[in-house]
Design a protein around this ligand. Structure first.
Ligand code: PMP
Ligand code: GLN
Length: 380
């Protein structure tokens, strides 16, 4: 078979998790919590199953969940999406992202991807027959920032879509209001669409605000905004997410969605809908993770790692040039095998594997897990 994705292997997350298991390492690589979700959420799913919510839901998702999502977005970001026509429940954010790309990218269209970039964007663009145009983030005093002049310069008559991600995996940087304005200045008055990956929307630290694309009228009218309950409710294995978009875009999204997954498992949708009635779990998430970030950063202070800023997500990037001159993938493997702490090489988030001497740790772990990892990292 001639591969549709000849340059794709197994994702770095699977590779590093397998290596961590093989070496009995603390797994700070792949992003997922090592603690349980709220038992109330489990009870609500259990109750949904026992109440008979076990057959196909509506194609776009259980109405109760879509309306809870619309209410949340309106309360937090001030845009009222129509729960019937403008919100679709997806099998995690990954499916939302891929479906959004497939529904709007035609063969030969260009898609601007800002690197480092989450690893599912590029293969989805390639499957659609699109051409990814990469723009590299710049690293300065403030950490990673998007050079909007370079994004503007990358726009061509073939540009169909620009993909943004804030809070950003892997760098932990966030887009600020001026970033959204800069993006709006590029796409306003054009037919370029925006795909905004906001799966870490509730993990923004130090009192800063998540600048959702849905807040920004010029962007929201041309954007697919994607999020995931896996991140927000500590249930990455449930694979329930959603996309919000204006009705015309959503109609095209659903054409692909209905023949791709059709629907997403019913009891989880009802359980999550009930759980969303209380905003506290997502409103308190930033405080919860900020403590872990601070614990982890304090622990790394005094080691030979150099901390990069971490404004959002549950990732902390570090430079290791004072420790090793190994390439990132090799360094991550060495850390896993010898120091027994797994990390992710940031080079995996660049199409050309660009090296910047940075690895990513995930701090969505019990404090005891973080302390064990820190003790080991302090020995290097
Ligand atoms: N986008 C980003 C930036 C992510 O970090 C992740 C999770 N790894 C996803 C999308 C996918 O989310 P989900 O597990 O809900 O498919
Ligand atoms: N999003 C998670 C991460 O960046 C993992 C997702 C995956 O394993 N594909 O680590």
């Amino acid at each position: 078979l001639q591969s549709r994705l000849p340059s794709v292997g197994t994702t770095v997350f699977s590779v590093m998790s397998a290596l961590a298991a093989e070496h009995g390492a603390v797994n700070l690589g792949q992003g997922f919590p090592d603690f349980a979700c709220d038992p109330l959420l489990l009870d609500l799913v259990d109750a949904a199953m026992r109440a008979g919510h076990n057959q196909y839901p509506l194609m776009a998702g259980a109405p109760a969940l879509r309306s809870a999502i619309a209410t949340k977005i309106a309360a937090l970001y001030g845009r009222q999406y129509d729960a019937n026509a403008e919100i679709t429940v997806t099998a995690g954010a990954t499916q939302a992202l891929t479906t959004a790309i497939l529904c709007c990218v035609h063969p030969g269209d260009e898609v601007i991807i800002i690197e480092p970039a989450y690893d599912s964007y590029l293969p989805a663009v390639e499957l659609a027959g699109g051409k990814a145009v990469a723009v590299a983030m710049q690293v300065g005093e403030q950490g990673y920032v998007v050079p909007w002049d370079a994004v503007a310069a990358a726009v061509s008559p073939r540009t169909r879509l620009i993909i943004v991600n804030s809070p950003h995996n892997p760098t932990g940087s966030i887009l600020r209001a001026h970033d959204l304005d800069a993006l709006a200045a590029i796409v306003g008055g054009t037919d370029i669409l925006v795909l905004s990956d906001e799966v870490y929307e509730h993990m923004v630290y130090d009192g800063q605000r998540h600048e959702s694309v849905s807040r920004h009228p010029v962007l929201a009218e041309r954007a697919f905004v994607v999020s995931s309950f896996g991140k927000t409710y500590h249930v990455t294995g449930w694979k329930v997410g959603y996309v919000a978009a204006p009705a015309a875009l959503m109609a095209e999204f659903r054409k692909v969605h209905q023949y791709n997954v059709f629907t997403v498992n019913t009891p989880m949708q009802h359980g999550i809908a009930g759980y969303m009635a209380d905003p506290a779990p997502y409103l308190e998430l930033a405080g919860f993770y900020q403590k872990k970030r601070d614990l982890f950063r304090e622990g790394l202070t005094g080691t030979r790692f150099t901390l990069l800023p971490a404004d959002g997500t549950y990732f902390q990037c570090v430079k290791y040039d004072a420790i090793s001159s190994l390439a990132e993938a090799e360094f991550a493997k060495w850390l896993t095998a010898e120091i027994k702490v797994a990390a992710i090489p940031v080079s995996a988030f660049y199409r050309d594997g660009k090296e910047s001497g940075v690895v990513r740790f995930c701090f969505a772990k019990q404090d005891a897990t973080l302390r064990t990892a820190l003790e080991r990292l302090a020995t290097i």
